[in-house]
Write a protein that binds this ligand. Structure first.
Ligand code: JFZ
Length: 589
């Protein structure tokens, strides 16, 4: 499966807490998103600043997933939902009287984004709960009028962003409004018992609020609409027009609906495995929840953050990483710490992240990932190979020179050799960079790469089922929620016929034995077979689990250097449920 079609991919359904993934898909209108070329001026933001801060902060942050003494697990901004604490509208609205984020410090937050190496901030001006985090004249359910805090934090943040030279964007939930009559998934009646529909909400709140956020806060960089669901098209058209009229330079997110936005947002927390054309972003969490959840201590490490950032830029996109401030306005210390640590690396090598293009390999390599500026490659080494040999498969363009980057610019040239279509760069035994070393490679022309899978001679090589040629089995993407609202994505090959096959063309530089593992999910014991065309066959039985897990199959021999077709088949067991995610090769001798 070459070149993923994001919009039209088949999605399997997973039931979670009574909510079908299928329903959620329809609600979110993911199917209407299309890749769209950037409008020259509006696209600049993404071209130059491929790293941004997302902030989920609202009345729900005050709850922090602890309600009436009970903890709820899932995305905090959905705490009202029936799958979470199921809070009645009036009860939720009454909470505003207790919301007093006196420790909110816009300057501190903008500075954190700046220190992290981020170029703009997108913050929730109103989420699905309907509570405006700014001074709204059309709804009293806002942070100035309904809380003891009585300040407009969006005003403060817009000043701070200006001071630090950051762009500011507003998230606005245009369809869902759970507390305003007629809003998506909201009450169907007004306080005086009148039945109303979406039009009522749209005309009395939504349209006016979008006018407000696009006129009261100076120039804004993005309006981030979300979850369009079944909102009629004419409303989205009008909202986009309002943004164009008031903020001609602002981008409109793809989740506005009907393909009317300027760019695509991939599935939440989804870093794509293959280059994606057009203008797009991945939105991701620093821990598991968007909004603050008191127990959520599972932070991405600085290295993981950098890995995901470089992967997004290397796939051709933008990375927007979220923080969820507490109800008192403070940012969880470990979120700030991990962002700042990652930011130190971004500041050492800004040329690797900003204004760079996608990797000519189109996917990650065993040791890391690549970004490109014209005829320069930046190799970001996340896993340092023992022996220091960094292998580049299939690079057709001639290398002029390679060197390790350091804070002070380039260091001494590294030794570069080529053999059988592979380029090998020798890393020094000691490197000053302790986080992620970067090798700068100067080429004679723009990079061109042969599209085959190299089996790395010194590191484990993982090839995803997503990239296999498949016959007699189904190759499908699936997403599911781990905790409520915490999305996971996989492309798997499943539903095997007896003769079914998933194959990859690979290129071997060092002949010999490689240990082969498979990552899969399934039901009970499964016998997998692995074949090299015109060569060896191995097979083995292993157990399986409902989660994707890695199991060893055995050693396989590549007798000489060169190209091979490797295939996996499912021989015995529950062939329907056996779901292959990846194959792994590790050199053993
Ligand atoms: C939405 C919101 O419901 C959520 O609270 C959060 O703000 C997040 C950033 O966006 O959730 C979505 C929207 C779309 C998808 C997944 C979660 N999607 O298309 O995969």
């Amino acid at each position: 499966m070459k070149r993923l079609i994001i919009a039209g991919m088949l999605c399997a359904m997973a039931v979670q807490g009574g909510l079908l993934a299928e329903d959620m898909d329809a609600m979110w209108g993911q199917q209407v998103l299309k890749l769209k070329a950037a409008d020259a001026e509006r696209g600049q933001l993404f071209e130059q600043g491929n790293y941004a801060m997302f902030i989920h902060w609202g009345l729900y942050s005050h709850i922090g997933n602890l309600y009436k003494g009970k903890s709820y697990y899932g995305i905090g901004e959905w705490i009202m939902n029936k799958n979470m604490a199921n809070i009645p509208v009036d009860e939720y609205k009454a909470l505003a009287a207790q919301f007093n984020p006196v420790k909110f410090d816009a300057d501190e937050i903008a500075k954190l984004a700046k220190d992290a190496g981020m170029k703009y901030i997108v913050i929730t001006s109103k989420h699905h709960d309907g509570f405006a985090m700014y001074h709204s004249k059309v709804s009293k359910f806002n942070i100035v009028d309904a809380t003891p805090f009585a300040r407009d934090p969006m005003k403060e943040l817009s000043k701070a962003c200006e001071k630090y030279g950051l762009g500011l964007g507003f998230y606005y939930s245009h369809n869902q409004d759970w507390t305003f009559p007629g809003g998506g998934n909201g009450p169907k009646q007004t306080a005086d018992g009148k039945n109303v529909d979406f039009k009522y909400y749209y005309e009395n709140k939504c349209r006016e609020q979008v006018e407000e956020i696009t006129t009261q806060y100076g120039p804004i960089a993005i309006v981030w609409f979300d979850t369009p669901g079944r909102i009629p098209r004419e409303y989205v058209e009008e909202l986009v027009q309002i943004v164009r009229k008031n903020q001609p330079k602002a981008l409109v997110s793809g989740r506005a609906g009907y393909g009317l936005g300027d760019y695509v947002t991939l599935g939440d927390m989804e870093v794509p495995n293959e280059n994606v054309e057009g203008i797009w972003e991945t939105v991701d969490t620093t821990n598991d929840s968007w909004a603050y959840a008191w127990y959520d201590n599972y932070w991405k490490t600085p290295k993981e953050i950098l890995h995901r950032l470089v992967a997004c830029v290397g796939r051709g996109g933008t990375y927007m990483l979220n923080i969820g401030p507490r109800g008192d306005g403070t940012v969880p210390e470990l979120a700030a710490l991990t962002l700042r640590k990652a930011g130190e690396w971004v500041k050492r090598y800004p040329q690797v992240v900003y204004g760079t293009d996608a990797s000519p390999w189109q996917h990650a390599l065993p040791w890391g990932d690549v970004t490109v500026k014209d005829t320069t490659l930046f190799l970001c080494v996340f896993d340092i190979p023992t022996g220091g040999g960094l292998y580049l498969p299939g690079l057709k363009t001639k290398v002029k020179c390679a060197s390790l980057l350091s804070r002070r610019g380039k260091q001494a040239d590294l030794k570069v050799q080529t053999r059988d279509g592979w380029t090998q760069i020798q890393l020094p035994a000691r490197m000053a960079e302790k986080m992620v070393p970067v090798v700068q490679v100067e080429l004679e022309a723009k990079p061109e790469v042969d599209p085959y899978w190299g089996i790395d001679p010194s590191l484990e090589t993982t090839i995803l089922a997503q990239f296999a040629q498949v016959t007699g089995a189904k190759q499908e993407s699936k997403k599911w929620m781990e905790k409520f609202g915490e999305w996971k994505h996989v492309v798997r090959v499943w539903n095997w016929e007896k003769s079914g096959k998933a194959s990859w063309e690979v290129d071997v530089l060092e002949p010999g034995y490689y240990s082969v593992d498979l990552t899969y999910a399934g039901e009970g014991r499964i016998v997998w077979g692995i074949d090299i065309e015109g060569g060896e066959h191995i097979q083995n039985q292993q157990n399986s689990s409902h989660n994707y897990q890695r199991f060893p199959i055995g050693w396989i021999n590549f007798p000489k250097a060169g190209k091979y077709t490797v295939s996996v088949s499912c021989l015995e067991g529950d062939l329907t449920e056996a779901s292959l995610k990846a194959i792994h090769f590790t050199p053993v001798l």
